[in-house]
Design a protein around this ligand. Structure first.
Ligand code: NCC
Length: 276
């Protein structure tokens, strides 16, 4: 299969991926008693458009990066899961516009999802590894983690905070773009939060800067900038097709290669700015 050039690849993503979220009018949710806890409108009609955005990976290589000021200078900043800013402002900044969390974070006791203040700034967007091409009812009855019970609890405690759930179709649309651009079959697990969040921001922003998704010269086996835990699989992937995701992002990068080496920074155009 011929390798698509960067611009073609970007257009393929734009044309084949829709950042859909669950809304209260959608079956089977619309007939459930808690349907009105779901947003009436999809994320893309409530958030953005933003001019310049930052996606901050949780990689250990952000430690001692000094990128905090640059990250905060963007109009919107997306962070992942339990990644904190307090105490790490110099390296990762302090602004959080959107936090993308997986259903494991919502469900595990360690993260104190319902009570920790970590999750209270900005809009929340949650996702759960849904079975490939399963319909919403099948997924609803068999989620990987109890995303819906935790969602309802959180909404009762924080009714004013915007909180979206990604439509599982979105994760598999992104997965399909990876697979169609790789020669070998990749594992049938959804992409990491890192790539999902990057594509999400490409649909909300004019330009997206992704930090330390492609590792800089600070590359380290330190898994997260906020934890003393070492595992190379955090950067290379195991469950998620992370290496393939990074390959794809590398091909779409419109910034100089030097930016990756020095800042761990990739520059991607927003979908709205593409002439396909
Ligand atoms: O580690 P995680 O991801 O929260 O990181 C967010 C995103 O940053 C990118 N990353 C992270 C570390 C690193 N060294 N290099 C990176 O490129 C990845 O793109 C990653 O997606 C997830 O994707 O949701 C993930 O979540 C964790 C975990 O559930 C949460 O951190 C909560 O504790 C997963 N870890 C485990 O299940 C043990 C991880 O596999 C994926």
């Amino acid at each position: 299969r011929p390798k698509l050039s960067g611009p073609k690849l970007l257009c393929q993503l734009k044309d084949n991926i829709e950042v859909a979220t669950l809304t209260s009018d959608l079956q089977p949710f619309s007939s459930l008693p808690w349907a009105d806890q779901l947003p009436p409108k999809p994320l893309t009609s409530d958030l953005g458009p933003y001019r310049s955005c930052a996606v901050v990976s949780s990689a250990g290589s952000l430690r001692y990066s000094g990128l905090g000021k640059e990250i905060d200078s963007h109009d919107a900043v997306l962070r992942f899961n339990a990644a904190p800013t307090t105490g790490y402002e110099k390296d990762v900044g302090s602004k959080t516009t959107i936090r993308l969390i997986n259903s494991q974070v919502m469900a595990s006791d360690d993260h104190r999802f319902l009570s920790s203040s970590l999750y209270s700034s900005g809009a929340l967007v949650a996702w759960d590894p849904a079975p490939f091409s399963a319909d919403l009812t099948q997924w609803y009855n068999r989620t990987d983690y109890p995303i819906f019970t935790q969602y309802q609890r959180y909404r009762r405690l924080h009714p004013m905070q915007p909180f979206y759930i990604l439509h599982p179709r979105f994760e598999w649309q992104v997965w399909q773009r990876i697979q169609d651009n790789m020669a070998e079959p990749i594992q049938k697990n959804p992409p990491s939060s890192g790539l999902l969040g990057t594509v999400l921001m490409m649909s909300l922003c004019e330009v997206v800067h992704v930090y330390e998704f492609l590792p800089s010269r600070r590359k380290t086996e330190l898994c997260h900038y906020y934890q003393r835990f070492y595992d190379a699989a955090c950067t290379l992937g195991a469950y998620h097709p992370l290496l393939y995701e990074k390959n794809l992002v590398k091909r779409m990068n419109q910034g100089p290669d030097r930016d990756i080496y020095t800042h761990g920074r990739v520059t991607l155009p927003g979908f709205g700015k593409l002439n396909c």
